[in-house]
Design a protein around this ligand. Structure first.
Ligand SMILES: Nc1nc2c(ncn2[C@@H]2O[C@H](COP(=O)(O)OP(=O)(O)OP(=O)(O)O)[C@@H](O)[C@H]2O)c(=O)[nH]1
Ligand SMILES: [Mg+2]
Length: 692
C-alpha cells in the first residue's frame, strides 16, 4: 500500500470537516455520515468543537483509496488556531485547499495558498458548497485565478449550481476544451512539450496530457480545481480519485536511519502522553529506544517506546506494531516529548546539528506569523485558594505541551502566568478547556501586543577562568551583532571546534538561546548573531587520592551560569531597540463610509495608500500596528453600518515610536544590566566566588 499524508486547509467554515466526513464515508471507513451541525463528525471530536461547530485542533483520519492509504489531517480554519495548521504543514505530502462556492476566495485562503506555494506543497483546490443558494462556480474559478494563482485548471463542470441537485461532471478525453486547456498549461510550463507540440499537434494525446498534468501538479506548478458538495456528496468521488492520481505518495527508506517528526501531542484516558509522528525515514517499533528533541538540537530526551499504533488504528495497536517511513503513527511511552520534536534512534551524532531538521520546516522556517498578543491568566478564586495558582500553572503547562506557541511563562512583580495568543477566540477556548478538563475558573487581563528586541550595533564581553570576580570554572567570550531580518538567533563558533568539549559547547549554545528570550527590555531578542569568541575550562581532576573534585574541574553548570552574564553584558554594549508587529491590511467599505474611516485609521497609527473606488465600494490598503487591529475591528461595524470587510496579516516589525523614545520595559525582572554585571557575578554564586 502507498501512503498519502494529506492536509485539508481552508478559511473558517468552508467545509473542511464536512468534506473529511464525506471522504471517510465514501471510502467505507465509517458506516454513517456525521454532521458538524449535530456535533457528530469524526475529526471534530473535542466537546468544545462539537458544542461550537468549529475545528480547534488538527485531527487525523485514515481511509483507503484504491491501493493508497490516505492519512487526512483536518485543520482548523479560524486564524486564532493557525499554529495547528503550521504543525500539520511540516508533515504533509499534499493538500486540498477548500474554497466555498458562495463566499469564494477569503482572507485565510490567500494566506494558506501562499504558504503552500512557498513550501512547494502540491495542492488540489476543491470548490465546495455548490448546492448552496448563491453558489457561483464560474465566478469562484475566476476569483481563484485572479487572487490565488493563474496556474489552475478546472477538472470538470457544474450543473444546477445553487440547488440541492447540483452535480459535478468530470471532463474526459471527449472534452475538446479541456484538452486545449491542458495543452496550453503544459506548453506554458514545459519547453520540450511546447517544441514537440508545435512540430506535431498529435503529441498531445489525452493520456500524455493527463500524465503531464499529474507531473505539473506534483511539482506544485499547477493546481487542478474540483467542484462539489460535502453535504450532498457531489464531486467528492472525483476528488478522491484525483488525490491518488495527481498527488505524490509519501517516500522514504524504511530501512534508513530513523527520522520522524512529532506534529501532535495528546493525552490518553489515563493521562498518558501520546505523540503523533510522521516518519520520513526508518522504522520505529514497540520497545525501540529513541531519542527526541527540537530539530537541529541535541536530543532533550531518550525513552523506550511502549506502544505503537498506526494513524487509522483504534487503541494502542498490536504489540508487534511499527511505524515506518512515509507513515503516520502514534507512539506511547515518550514522557518528555513535545510537539515539533524530531525523533531519531541510535547513538548521539557527534555534531548535534547533524542530519538537520526533518519535514517541511527543513526547507523554510515558520510559515505564519508568531502570536502577536499576550495576556495574564488569573485564577478566579485566587484569594480563597492559595493552591489555585499552582494548579493553574500545571494545567497551563499541559496545554502548552499541545500548543507550545502559547509560550507559558511567569512575569512581572506578581509573577503572573502569561500566555501568548493569536486572538480573543483562543482566549475563550483556553478558558473553556481549563474549566472542562481541569475544573479551573480563570479570567484574563486585557491582551497586549508582543514586541521583540533587535540589537542596534555590535558588543562584546568575556570572563576568564581563574580571574576574579569570575566565580565559575569557565572562560566564555561572546560577540553580539545584528543578524538578517527574519534570521532569528544564529550561534557561531569563533573558536576552533574541538577546543572545548562538546557538552560545554552545547551548554553555552542552549543557554544563549534561553537567555535571549528576554533582552534588555524584557522582550525576546531576535535577528541576532552570537559568536563564541573565547572559551576555556579546567579538565576533570581529582586530589591525590580523592575522587572527582568539582572545585577544580569545570562542569557544564559553570558554562550555564556564566553564559547569561557575559551575554547580557555584550548585549548591553550592543544595545537593543524594541520593535512592534505591524499588519498589512485591506479594507473594503461602502464609498460613503470612506470619509469617516480615514481619521480613525489615522488615530490607530495606520498608514495607507490613496483609496481606490470600485463602484459603490472604497478599497483601502496599508499597514497598521498589530496592537491596534482589535480596536479597528471593534469600531468598523459602527463606521460602515456593518458592511466593512477587514483583512489583516502580519507584515513585519517596526521600531516602537520610530525608535526615538525609550520604551518602557516589559518586565522588571531582568536584572542583568551593565552596572549590575559584576555585582551579579558575586551574588549568583557566592560559594564559588572566593574558592574559584
Ligand atoms: N450547503 C452546504 N453546506 C455545507 C457544505 N459543507 C459544509 N457545509 C456547512 O458549512 C458549515 C461549516 O462546515 P465545517 O465542515 O465545519 O467547516 P470547516 O471548514 O471544517 O470549519 P472550521 O474547521 O471551523 O474552519 C456547517 O454548517 C456545514 O454544515 C456543503 O457542501 N454544502
Ligand atoms: Mg472543521
Amino acid at each position: 500500500m502507498r501512503t498519502l499524508n494529506l492536509g485539508i486547509l481552508a478559511h473558517v467554515d468552508a467545509g473542511k470537516t464536512s468534506l473529511t466526513e464525506r471522504l471517510l464515508y465514501n471510502a467505507g471507513a465509517i458506516a454513517a455520515i456525521g454532521s458538524v451541525d449535530e456535533g457528530s463528525t469524526q475529526t471534530d471530536s473535542l466537546a468544545l468543537e462539537r458544542a461550537r461547530g468549529i475545528t480547534i485542533k488538527a485531527a487525523v483520519a485514515s481511509f483507503p483509496v484504491g491501493r493508497t492509504t490516505v492519512n487526512l489531517i483536518d485543520t482548523p480554519g479560524h486564524p486564532d488556531f493557525i499554529a495547528e495548521v503550521e504543525r500539520a504543514l511540516s508533515v504533509l505530502d499534499g493538500a486540498v485547499l477548500v474554497v466555498s462556492a458562495v463566499e469564494g476566495v477569503q482572507p485565510q485562503t490567500r494566506i494558506l495558498m501562499r504558504a503552500l506555494r512557498r513550501l512547494g506543497l502540491p495542492a488540489l483546490i476543491f470548490v465546495n458548497k455548490i448546492d448552496r443558494g448563491g453558489a457561483d462556480p464560474a465566478r469562484v474559478l475566476r476569483d481563484i485565478a485572479a487572487k490565488l494563482t493563474p496556474a489552475v485548471v478546472a477538472m470538470g463542470d457544474v450543473r444546477g449550481a445553487g440547488t440541492r441537485d447540483a452535480g459535478f461532471r468530470r471532463y474526459g478525453a471527449g472534452d475538446a476544451g479541456f484538452a486545449v486547456a491542458l495543452a496550453d498549461l503544459l506548453a506554458d510550463h514545459d519547453d520540450r512539450f511546447l517544441a514537440a507540440y508545435l512540430a506535431d499537434e498529435a503529441t498531445a494525446s489525452y493520456p500524455r496530457l493527463r500524465a503531464g498534468l499529474a507531473e505539473l501538479t506534483r511539482s506544485c506548478r499547477v493546481h487542478p480545481v474540483f467542484f462539489g458538495s460535502a453535504i450532498t456528496g457531489a464531486g467528492t468521488g472525483a476528488l478522491a480519485a484525483g488525490l491518488t492520481r495527481l498527488l505524490p505518495a509519501a517516500g522514504g527508506d524504511a530501512d534508513g536511519p530513523v527520522s520522524g517528526r512529532v506534529f501532535k501531542v495528546e493525552r490518553g484516558p489515563a493521562g498518558e502522553k501520546i505523540a503523533w509522528v510522521r516518519m520520513f525515514s526508518g522504522t520505529v517499533a514497540v520497545r525501540d529506544r529513541v531519542r527526541f528533541g527540537p530539530p537541529g538540537f541535541c536530543p532533550s530526551g531518550r525513552a523506550k517506546v511502549t506502544a505503537v499504533a498506526m494513524a487509522g488504528q483504534a487503541g494502542r495497536g498490536t504489540p508487534s506494531a511499527a511505524v515506518t517511513a512515509g507513515q503516520i503513527g502514534r507512539l506511547w511511552g515518550l514522557a518528555g516529548i513535545q510537539i515539533g520534536d524530531q525523533v531519531a534512534a541510535g547513538p548521539d551524532p557527534a555534531d548535534p546539528g547533524a542530519g538537520g531538521p526533518v519535514g517541511r520546516e527543513a526547507a523554510a522556517g515558520l510559515q505564519f506569523a508568531p502570536p502577536a498578543l499576550e495576556t495574564a491568566v488569573l485564577p478566579a478564586q485566587a484569594a480563597g485558594h492559595p493552591g489555585g495558582k499552582a494548579a493553574l500553572r500545571l494545567a497551563l503547562a499541559q496545554l502548552a505541551e499541545q500548543d507550545p506557541l502559547i509560550g507559558l511563562r511567569q512575569d512581572g512583580p506578581g509573577q503572573d502566568l502569561m500566555v501568548s495568543l493569536y486572538g480573543e477566540v483562543q482566549k475563550e477556548v483556553i478558558q473553556a478547556t481549563l474549566a472542562a478538563d481541569f475544573g479551573l475558573d480563570v479570567t484574563f487581563r486585557e491582551s497586549t501586543v508582543i514586541c521583540i528586541e533587535r540589537p542596534v550595533g555590535a558588543g562584546e564581553a568575556a570572563e576568564f577562568i581563574g580571574t576574579p570576580p569570575n566565580p565559575f570554572l569557565a572562560t566564555v567570550g561572546l560577540r553580539v551583532r545584528p543578524g538578517a531580518v527574519g534570521s532569528g538567533v544564529t550561534f557561531r563558533l569563533g573558536i576552533e571546534l574541538g577546543a572545548l568539549p562538546l557538552a560545554f559547547l552545547k551548554a553555552i549554545e542552549e543557554t544563549v538561546r534561553l537567555t535571549l528570550r528576554e533582552g534588555l527590555r524584557g522582550w525576546q531578542v531576535t535577528d541576532v548573531e552570537v559568536t563564541l569568541t573565547r572559551s576555556g575550562y579546567w579538565p576533570r581532576q581529582s586530589h591525590a587520592h580523592g575522587t572527582f573534585d568539582a572545585s577544580m574541574s569545570s562542569t557544564a553548570g559553570d558554562f550555564r551560569q556564566l553564559t547569561p552574564l557575559v551575554l547580557m553584558a555584550a548585549l548591553t554594549r550592543a544595545g537593543t531597540r524594541v520593535h512592534e508587529p505591524v499588519h498589512r491590511f485591506r479594507l473594503e467599505v461602502p464609498a460613503e463610509a470612506c470619509g469617516p474611516v480615514l481619521p480613525v485609521l489615522g488615530r490607530l497609527r495606520a498608514a495607507w495608500r490613496p483609496p481606490a473606488a470600485d463602484g459603490a465600494v472604497c478599497l483601502l490598503d496599508g499597514e497598521i500596528p498589530a496592537g491596534e487591529v482589535s480596536a479597528l475591528e471593534r469600531l468598523l461595524p459602527g463606521l460602515t453600518r456593518g458592511e466593512g470587510v477587514l483583512e489583516t496579516e502580519f507584515s513585519h516589525y517596526q521600531p516602537v515610536n520610530g525608535g526615538a523614545v525609550p520604551v518602557r520595559p516589559r518586565t522588571d525582572h531582568n536584572p542583568l544590566h551593565r552596572e549590575d554585571y559584576l555585582r551579579n557575578l558575586r551574588r549568583v554564586a557566592p560559594g564559588r566566588a572566593d574558592g574559584g
